[in-house]
Design a protein around this ligand. Structure first.
Ligand SMILES: Cc1cc2nc3c(=O)[nH]c(=O)nc-3n(C[C@H](O)[C@H](O)[C@H](O)COP(=O)(O)O)c2cc1C
Length: 321
């Protein structure tokens, strides 16, 4: 099931270290960066912001913005650097994002998103895609979602990732906006039936293999967020389930496979905790999980902390885990 699994863009979580780790756990999932604003790419150090490791392919850059010229320039840079897809964020509900006029509030301005899409797609042969919600505020209907997708499809967009809940732009925090509005998978399945030619990826609340199997009966792909970050071994189980010839790696072997990467990042001057924070959930539900988390949390921040922190943390875990 190549690329039917996508791993969600998650701010402060899916940085390049996290993505490296996730690639070891799932050889083919499409990885997404955290959202990076077009303005930051335009004004900032794009080389640093857009850095990734070759092992991450396929990897998409998620961009936030609504200014076609800046979005186009972000797409051009992403293309030059070698990203496999450029994704427009039309799902993030935070206040900061609304005042910059992008994210979920753009669902109400499909023509602006279409303009951005066209300007971006003109800069690259890689697919430009859209991640959106099923609605916003009182615009909570099949027709509203259909009209939004139609405008983007007319502009040429072929892949939509749909977080199956509306965003409430007033009154809910971004975190609440990921739990309070109810999930409505049916609307996403319906969308696929209306646009069978489009690639529709469903997102939101997918936490086990049976759910994923069920969703794949209706749509082209799934996108997994919190479960992939908080219990990353789920990714390996998922890949193994659909590709039984691929042997499930031992958790400790995944850690050992990280060590050369960790050493190279440390040699670049980055502190250990920037990587190890993403590994805390690896042993979730296993004997020794707490000792693993404690050993990493207590020692990763120390000045000069090196790969031995991970090796010692492994020693805290019973060998069967
Ligand atoms: C910590 C965190 C940060 C997030 N940052 C982004 C982001 O930068 N861009 C985006 O489109 N969605 C972002 N999201 C939303 C996720 O991509 C996803 O749509 C959401 O978590 C629902 O999927 P899940 O139930 O599988 O977690 C974020 C979610 C979390 C938990």
């Amino acid at each position: 099931m190549k690329n039917k699994v996508n791993i969600a863009p998650m701010m402060d979580w899916t940085d390049r270290h996290c993505r490296y780790f996730m690639r070891l756990l799932h050889p083919s999932a499409f990885l997404y960066t955290e959202m990076i604003t077009a303005a930051a790419i335009h004004h900032g150090d794009a080389g640093r912001l857009l850095r990734y490791n070759d092992i991450e392919h396929p990897v998409a850059l998620q961009v936030g913005g609504s200014e076609p010229q800046w979005m186009a320039s972000a797409a051009r840079k992403a293309d030059e650097i070698g990203y496999d897809e450029i994704n427009i964020n039309v799902g993030c509900p935070s206040d900061r994002v609304q005042s910059g006029q992008f994210g979920a509030c753009l669902m109400a301005r499909p023509e602006t998103v279409a303009e951005c899409f066209k300007a971006m797609q003109a800069e690259t042969a890689k697919p430009v895609t859209v991640k959106t919600r099923i609605g916003i505020d009182d615009k909570d209907s099949d027709e509203f979602l259909q009209a939004f997708v139609e405008q983007l499809a007319d502009a040429g967009c072929r892949k939509f990732i749909v977080h199956a809940r509306i965003a409430m732009l007033d009154g809910l925090s971004p975190k609440e906006n990921r739990t309070v509005p109810p999930l409505n998978y049916k609307r996403v399945y319906w969308l696929k039936s209306v646009f069978p030619e489009l690639e529709i990826v469903i997102n939101g609340g997918l936490t086990d293999i049976l759910q994923v199997e069920d969703a794949l009966q209706h749509v082209d792909g799934v996108m997994i967020g919190r479960r992939a970050y908080q219990q990353p071994y789920f990714l390996a189980e998922l890949h193994h389930h659909f590709n039984p010839d691929w042997p499930l790696p031992e958790r400790r072997d995944v850690v050992l496979a990280m060590l050369p990467y960790v050493a190279s990042v440390l040699a670049d001057g980055e502190p250990l905790h920037r990587i190890t924070r993403h590994l805390l959930g690896l042993f979730a539900g296993q004997p020794g999980a707490r000792a693993w988390r404690r050993a990493i949390s207590e020692h990763s921040h120390r000045p000069g902390a090196g790969t031995d922190v991970l090796e010692n943390a492994l020693n805290a875990i019973p060998i069967a885990a």
